[in-house]
Ligand binder design. Structure first.
Ligand code: FBP
Length: 553
């Protein structure tokens, strides 16, 4: 196989482990901490997870390994969207498993949780694993978004586990997948199957974090990749001095990715969905906010700029969410066919006008026609608007153009506004993991095996103290139920891991808030450049600005 010189080098990279995991398997001991309770709805969560709720937090320490020797057959699953470092979780898991007992077996279930349900797996060997060390992507076994939630799926999973004599399953995923891990752990425990389940926190979106989990893996590499591209665009904007760049970045629900990119690059504008929702901002207010920066800069002779837009922004705009809900109602059931049968866009618009409330139609009416059509054409299998496909970078640049045209007409603006559009998401999800993600992921996997070896189930592999050098990281585990609460999902109360949104009183947002007015009118860009894998530690090993600010550094 032909591989790039960088990949060749990265295959040789030795990921760093937390200090307490470095002495070798024989010298990893466990220290039990306090019993845990869920973040909310304690009674309900305890009732739903009678076998796995309330367990103790645990930390690994240097000391004699007192785990019971037993042959382990572990299955691993990659779940949900790709995130840099997933391969290293599997490598860390494999290395710890084989170092404990060379007869232990690691199976990779293919294409997400469906691989466990359908019994589709592969056995890892040294040669297989070695080809994926420190590489990006999830192609080692593929990923998928199937949820194991029906009785039939649980039974099929148990059957697969029995077929292979599995002793444990490791699920590498985001909030939904780890919720699933907790449910599966409870199912296996309730049926006395002797199969443990351990989760690992993954998602580039950064919204799986809390007091225990300092960050999800992949966030560091993805934001570094996007920030490199944004910095390059800033430099182009500052060179050509003729374009305003509207850059949408991934992050389906929370705006952590946008905020981290802004902290790294100091653009003129960065929208934060959580703030838009808290201030109940309308589309028109947001457009005015951006137009103010465009006009102020134009007045200083700078007809260029950079605006970062989080992927999930429109769902945070209250009037837009109402519009989406009304459209979903309007096209429910048979009405989609009726709508599709209308031959012209004008007739479709009349149908829409008659079906929406006056307020929602007013919001619909100010949208560019391309976006209006997107709202009715791009629908998911349940008939709902696919909000993530809305080109919000184009939506906002067009709304801003309209505002500027009005300002030009009343003589308050006299600049030139030429927008360019970008969407960064897939560009960052499979990058070679940064040293941080390579080390963090390998540690998460290695640690997951230690949790298995010590008999824990329903736990998340936890590595903390992450803003410090790796030898000071702390390895341990936390019951997944500790992160859970009850939320309404598809009309039902469900136990789920609480998603972490950007906190408006948190240090990262406060820092951004204190500086953004200056960034809006000055050209105070930072150009982060490409991720560096070799060289001085302050260039290669530092993690995110978000984490540094959260830790007060
Ligand atoms: P996860 O939550 O599964 O980690 O995925 C997040 C994400 O990368 C989002 O940022 C993005 O909206 C979504 O996946 C895209 O999903 P898909 O790969 O199905 O297009």
């Amino acid at each position: 196989m032909n591989i790039s010189p960088l990949q060749k080098q990265r295959l040789q990279y030795t990921p760093k482990l937390p200090g307490m995991l470095r002495a070798g398997i024989a010298e990893i001991s466990v220290k039990e901490g306090e019993p845990t309770t869920s973040v909310a709805d304690q009674e309900k969560i305890a009732a739903l997870f009678p076998n796995t709720y309330g367990k103790n937090e645990i930390t690994f320490v240097k000391g004699t390994n007192t785990s019971t020797p037993k042959k382990q057959v572990v299955g691993v699953i990659l779940s949900g969207g790709q995130a840099p470092g997933g391969h290293n979780v599997i490598c860390g898991l494999y290395d710890a498993l084989k170092a404990t007992n060379k007869d232990n077996v690691l199976l990779g279930f293919k294409n997400g949780p469906a691989g466990l349900v359908n019994d589709d797996c592969v056995e890892f060997t040294d040669e297989f694993i070695d080809a994926y060390r420190n590489t990006g992507g999830f192609d080692i076994i593929g990923s998928g978004r199937t949820k194991i939630e029906t009785e039939a799926q649980f039974e099929a999973s148990a059957k697969t586990a029995k077929n292979h004599d599995l002793t444990a399953v490791v699920i590498i995923g985001g909030d939904d997948s780890n919720t699933n891990a907790a449910v599966l752990a409870e199912y296996f425990a309730a049926h006395d199957l002797g199969i443990q389940v351990i989760g690992c926190p993954k998602t580039i979106d950064g919204d799986l974090k809390n007091d225990d989990i300092e960050c999800s893996f992949g966030f560091d590499t993805a934001t570094k990749t996007f920030a490199e591209l944004i910095g390059n665009i800033e430099r182009d904007a500052n060179s050509a001095k003729k374009y305003w760049h509207f850059i949408k970045v991934m992050g389906r629900s929370a705006s952590h990715v946008a905020l981290e990119c802004a902290l790294k690059t100091q653009p003129n504008i960065c929208l934060i969905g959580e703030e838009v929702a808290a201030k109940k901002m309308s589309l028109s207010q947001i457009a005015d906010y951006i137009a103010d920066s465009v006009a102020d800069r134009a007045a200083k002779g700078m007809n260029f700029g950079v605006a970062i837009i989080p992927e999930g922004i429109v769902e945070f705009v209250p009037e837009f969410s109402t519009l989406i809900a009304e459209i979903n109602e309007l096209l429910a059931g048979e009405k989609t066919a009726q709508f599709n049968a209308l031959p012209t866009w004008d007739e479709k618009k009349t149908f829409i006008k008659n079906g929406l409330t006056t307020d929602s139609y007013a919001v619909f009416d100010i949208l560019p026609e391309g976006i209006q059509k997107q709202l009715f054409l791009e629908r998911d299998p349940h008939g709902n608007v696919q909000v993530s496909l809305i080109e919000s970078e184009k939506l906002f640049s067009e709304l801003v153009a309209n505002k500027l045209a009005q300002r030009k007409a009343n003589g308050t603006y006299n600049g030139s506004f030429k927008p360019q559009h970008h969407f960064f998401g897939y560009e960052g999800r499979c990058a070679f993991p940064s040293n941080f993600d390579a080390d963090y992921c390998y540690s998460l996997g290695y640690n997951a095996f230690m949790l298995i070896q010590y008999g824990y189930t329903g736990y998340l592999s936890k590595i903390s103290n992450l803003s410090k050098p790796a030898d000071q990281w702390v390895a341990g585990g936390m019951p997944i139920t500790k992160m859970m609460n009850i939320e309404r999902r598809n009309g039902e109360d469900k136990p789920v891991i609480r998603k972490a949104l950007v906190e408006l009183d948190g240090k990262p947002f406060k820092y951004f808030e204190a500086h953004r007015d200056t960034w809006a009118v000055e050209t105070d860009y930072i150009y982060p450049g490409a991720i560096q894998y070799y060289g001085p530690s302050d260039v290669c090993d530092q993690t995110t600005v978000t984490l540094a600010l959260e830790k007060g550094e």
